[in-house]
Write a protein of this length. Structure first.
Lengths: 100, 235
């Protein structure tokens, strides 16, 4: 029997982008990076620990445009989200007809 | 220039003429002091420049007026959202932004302007809003959630959350585009303007002695959808 291991990439947003997440282009780059990791067979965990606030554009680009298949299968996970960040994430996903 | 010397000098100090007429020499009948608590008019075009300007203006305001972390984050987010709209305005000169804090009245004011096609021409590119008639109607529509000229790229939430943020704070959001002007705050209003404005002006005035926290706005977004659902079913 052959065992396979899955690599997990953890992205800590506050460490990489600061405590305020804004700028659609920054989120676009982040999403492309996540999708490259997924395409390479990795799982991705995106941590919002230390994030104070996030712009609607950033949330839209990240939560509403990331691969839905990877999101549903749990291959990309968003963790440590405060309630207000969850609220904007839900709102942008609903805006693109995705489940909240 | 305005006939008032004080207003005229203020506009000069805010570098309005330098930005709009860069090739011309401008007299400055005053002593130019360091920009503390305000930032003169600055030009931006790319998304990266938008982000830099948004960050700088948010920081500038905290030099003169008291702003907490939530307020600085909220200002930066709103500026970033508004500046992004400029990129879709087809403005030949990009956008311009300036900010001013007022310690005595405990207010801050930020303005972003472009000389693009204006809100109505932009919004009617989206077939859903192709029938919008008039600048005031277009601006009032643009303040609603999920209204955008480019739905494939944008979510149409930036102006909406900025409006809610300022309403919570006791501030005002002003839009000026084409032959109309719309403001939203404690009271909402609109009027036709006799002089046509070529492009779009968005101005934010907020109180610094009251909370300015976009996180509280996000906490009420589900209600916004309920409101939309009710309006759709009523219509």
């Amino acid at each position: 029997m052959m065992l396979t291991t899955t690599r997990t990439t953890v992205i800590r947003l506050a460490e990489e982008l600061g405590s305020v997440l804004s700028g659609r282009f920054e989120a676009e780059e982040l999403r492309e990076r996540i999708e490259a990791e997924l395409a390479a067979g990795a799982e991705v965990v995106v941590s919002f620990q230390g994030v104070v606030a996030m712009s609607p554009s950033f949330a839209d680009e990240l939560f509403a445009k990331v691969s839905e298949e990877a999101f549903e299968r749990g291959r990309v996970r968003f963790v440590d989200l405060a309630e207000d960040l969850l609220a904007i994430a839900r709102f942008v996903r609903q805006g693109r007809g995705r489940p909240a | 220039m305005p006939s008032s010397r004080a207003v005229s000098n203020y506009l000069r100090r805010m570098d309005l003429l330098r930005q709009v007429l860069p090739e011309t020499t401008h007299d400055e009948p005053f002593v130019r002091r360091e920009a503390v608590g305000f930032r003169p008019c600055r030009a931006f075009a790319s998304a990266q420049e938008c982000a830099v300007v948004a960050r700088d203006l948010a920081e500038a305001l905290s030099e003169l007026v008291e702003t907490d972390e939530a307020a600085r984050a909220s200002i930066r987010i709103c500026l970033d959202e508004l500046a992004e709209n400029v990129q879709h305005a087809a403005s030949p000169l990009g956008g311009f932004a300036a900010a001013q804090g007022w310690r005595r009245t405990r207010e801050l004011e930020i303005a972003i302007v472009d000389l693009g096609i204006g809100i109505r021409a932009s919004l009617t590119k989206n077939p859903r809003y192709a029938d919008i008639d008039g600048d005031v109607t277009a601006m009032a529509t643009a303040l609603e959630p999920r209204v955008t000229a480019t739905p494939e790229r944008n979510s149409g939430i930036g102006l909406f959350v900025t409006r809610l943020l300022l309403r919570d704070n006791g501030g005002v959001l002003l839009l000026r585009s084409g032959s109309g002007e719309v403001y939203s705050g404690a009271e909402d209003g609109a009027r036709e303007t006799p002089i046509r404005f070529p492009g779009t002006l968005v101005a934010l005035r907020a109180r610094t002695d009251r909370p300015l926290d976009i996180r509280a706005v996000y906490g009420r977004l589900d209600d916004a959808d309920d409101h939309e659902d009710n309006r759709d079913s009523a219509g």
